[in-house]
Structure formats: C-alpha cells, structure tokens
Design a protein around this ligand. Structure first.
Ligand code: NAP
Length: 264
C-alpha cells in the first residue's frame, strides 16, 4: 500500500513541499504520496489525529503549528527539544517529532552557497519558530558570534536564554560588523523588512532571506547595499531531504532539484 505523507499548516496552499517530496520519491523509487492539509488555526491536533486514523505515516509542519506539533508529539529528538518546535512528525504507534530546519539552513549555506560558518559573526533576525529551529545547528557549526534581534525584545531574550553564548541586541544598537545576516522574520510576507540600521548590509555580507518565492524588501535592501543575497529555497529543499531521510531511510540528492526549482 502507498504510504501517505503531507505538509500541514495555515495557510499551506503556497507550499512547494508536495512537489519536492514527489520528486524525491520518484528519484529514489519510494512508494508514497504527499498531500497538503490546511488545518483550522484552532484545529491542529484534530487534523493530525484524523490523518493518523486514515493511515498517515508522517507530516511536515509549517507556520503556525511548529510549537503545537512539539507539544503533540509523545517523543522528540534532542534538536526538536532544544528548539521546542517540530517541523517533521513520524507517525507510528507513538508520535515522534524532529526539527530539520537547522540542518536545512546549515547545509544550504555549506553545500549550495559554499559558506563556512566557523568563526563567522552572524546576526539572526526574528525569534519565532524558524529562528528557534536553526539556533542549535548554527552553534553546532561553530559560528564565532551569534546575535539575535527581534521586534519584541522579550521574546529574543527568552530564546537566547536557552542557548548559552547567544547574545541579544536591539535593532537600533546593532554593530556594522556581521559577516552573515539571516532574516528569520516573517516581515517579507507583508511586504515589510526588519528595521536594520544603515550599514549592517554592505559589500562582503551574505544576506539570507528565509522566505522564498518572492522578492522581499530585505533582499532589495541587500542588493542596493552591494551585499550578496539569497532566499530560503535551498533551506527548504535541504530540510525536506532530511525529513525524507527520517521517514524513508534514504537520502535524496538535492542539487539538481534545487536548480530546477530555481530556474524551471
Ligand atoms: P513566526 O513564528 O510567526 O515568527 C515571526 C517572526 O517575525 C517573529 O520574530 C516576529 O517578531 C517577526 N516579525 C514579523 N513581522 C515583522 C516585522 N514587520 N518587522 C520585524 N519583525 C517581524 O514565523 P516563523 O515560523 O518563525 O517563520 C519566519 C519566516 O521564515 C517565514 O517567512 C517563513 O516562511 C520562513 N521559513 C522558511 C523556511 C525555509 O525552509 N526556507 C523554514 C521555516 C520558516 P515578534 O516576535 O515581534 O512578533
């Protein structure tokens, strides 16, 4: 019988995950289907229960349910526990939660963008589900300095407190010395950009926008400042490959698929 998987979120119609996983399945000869489920904002657990009852084997979880998915899962990986957020659920007799966002970002930087994180000064903007998910992997890659800036300062403080060595700074007080600036805010979804002071984006800096599939004010500001810029499509593909591995025990190749997604 064909094994069933899906991405669950709200909204979810824009998700490229069904296409990516269908391509992974084809390339690796796995008998599986992958759908998308838009759960009501107050109905995440009910939607997961229904999917499991219908034989569903695994879920990717996207905005805004990653925290709820962590609380739903009976067991979780160390990295999901550290993030307190789950983007991959393995549904067997018990539910297991993992978080592949951090590995996805770290692999995109290392493999697709040839950026060595070791010793780099990195600014992470945002303190929501995406920021939570990537902090552990960034530290594991031995970044030299990691600073979080977030619109709601208390949220950044609470997040940094869980990760020794991570600093917090208000946007207006940021120094102009970062090598990498990662936008893990959802500001781009509403056509906005985080309030970065002039000079943070400059030639030599990599400006990484986690959002993908659209040109955002952050990407435009990076280009205008002469910084190298990149969106989160590679992270999406790399985190999907890690989820696929968790479910199927097979690691799909990513480079050619990413190229097709970018250039059709
Ligand atoms: P989230 O949990 O809703 O958090 C949103 C964050 O953005 C919060 O820190 C929020 O600050 C901040 N924010 C929102 N609007 C802002 C604005 N106008 N100015 C400054 N800060 C603003 O969302 P999320 O799950 O972390 O997702 C964040 C982004 O990452 C989304 O665009 C998502 O699509 C993307 N993402 C991409 C991938 C990938 O694979 N490429 C994976 C995960 C997420 P407050 O705390 O002050 O509200």
């Amino acid at each position: 019988m064909t094994d069933r998987y899906a991405v669950i979120g709200n909204p979810v119609a824009h998700s490229k995950s069904p296409w990516i996983h269908a391509e992974f399945a084809r390339a690796t000869g796995q008998d599986m289907s992958y759908a998308s489920i838009e759960a009501p904002l107050d109905g995440f657990a009910r939607a997961v229960d229904a999917f499991r009852a219908a034989g569903g084997k695994g879920l990717n979880v996207t905005l805004p349910f990653k925290g709820e998915a962590f609380r739903y899962c009976q067991r979780s990986s160390e990295r999901a526990a550290l993030a307190q957020a789950v983007n991959t659920m393995v549904l067997e007799e018990t539910s297991f939660g993992d978080n592949t966002d951090g590995v996805g970002l770290a692999r995109d930087l290392a493999r697709n963008l040839a950026v060595d994180l070791a010793g780099k000064r990195l600014l992470l903007m945002g303190a929501g589900g995406a920021a939570q998910g990537v902090l552990g992997a960034l530290l594991e890659a031995r970044v030299g300095e990691l600073v979080i800036a977030n619109r709601t300062a208390a949220r950044a403080q609470a997040l940094a407190a869980r990760f020794p060595g991570v600093k917090v700074c208000r946007y207006e007080a940021l120094e102009r010395s970062f090598d990498i600036v990662v936008n893990a805010t959802s500001a781009g979804l509403s056509g906005a950009a985080p309030p970065l002071p002039e000079g943070v984006l400059r030639p030599g800096v990599l400006a990484y926008e986690m959002l993908y599939g659209r040109d955002t004010p952050f990407l435009a500001a990076a280009r205008a400042a002469g910084a190298r810029s990149c969106d989160g499509l590679g992270m999406l593909v790399e985190q999907a490959a890690e989820s696929f591995f968790l479910w199927r025990g097979v690691r799909p190749a990513t480079a050619a698929l990413l190229e097709r997604l970018r250039h059709g």
